[in-house]
Design a protein around this ligand. Structure first.
Ligand code: NAG
Ligand code: NAG
Ligand code: NAG
Ligand code: CU
Length: 186
């Protein structure tokens, strides 16, 4: 029984790790370049970008730069009016909204040679187990501190995770209620 609680806590920690922002180096080891013939469309298609993730453009700033552009500019490789320009050679760009983000190198000829990146940032997932209401609402105390020897439900990730979360919320609410009503009495 205790193993079940430990399992649920380990699961929470792992899920916390998984939901942390990721850093993606554009082009992986090749970086942001024209000479390696990197297919940046293919590179982006192998990743799943979320809000809060960072893309890192690494390149020699003598030869390249990074321009964030609109879809129209991206399609026509028109670098006359970029949204923003990065030139350090080690540019971290944090993705703060969902949808497509368009980048290319503004050095003449590089965008048409394929140094262009279209990445799609997905909407935040709405089906996280923690945000789903539990199918049943057992008492938090009997589930988090189960009585010894009493057989409980089998370990079940999808059932135990929300139970632990709801249990925590209920404990906090109970503490608040105790505090408020305690003050009323004095
Ligand atoms: C590039 O875009 C600008 C507006 O941002 C426009 O004035 C210009 O004509 C475009 N150039 C080409 C070659 O399409
Ligand atoms: C590039 O920037 C990242 C942080 O954004 C840093 O960790 C890394 O060491 C930098 N690399 C170079 C070559 O400066
Ligand atoms: C876990 O619990 C859910 C709902 O409580 C149920 O639908 C599912 O079949 C269970 N899975 C296992 C492996 O017991
Ligand atoms: Cu370039």
């Amino acid at each position: 029984m205790a193993a079940r609680v430990v399992l649920a806590l380990v699961c929470l920690v792992v899920m916390g790790r998984l939901s942390e922002a990721a850093v993606y180096k554009v082009g992986d080891s090749a970086g942001w370049t024209t000479i390696a013939n990197v297919d940046y469309k293919l590179w982006a298609s192998t990743k799943t970008f979320h809000i809060g993730d960072t893309v890192l453009f690494e390149y020699n700033p003598q030869f390249h730069n990074v321009m964030r552009v609109t879809h129209q500019m991206y399609r026509s490789c028109n670098s006359s009016n970029p949204i923003s320009t990065f030139t350090t050679g080690n540019d971290s760009i944090t993705l703060t909204n969902h949808g497509h983000h368009f980048f290319f190198c503004g050095v003449p000829g590089h965008c048409t040679a394929g140094q262009k990146l279209d990445l799609n940032v997905l909407l935040p997932a709405s089906s996280s187990p923690l945000s789903e209401p539990p199918t049943s609402s057992p008492s938090p105390l009997t589930t988090t501190i189960p009585a010894a020897g009493v057989p409980g439900p089998s370990p079940n990730f999808s059932a135990s995770l929300p139970t632990v979360a709801v249990g925590r919320v209920l404990v906090v609410v109970a503490l608040l209620v105790t505090l408020v009503f305690g003050n009323f009495g004095s």
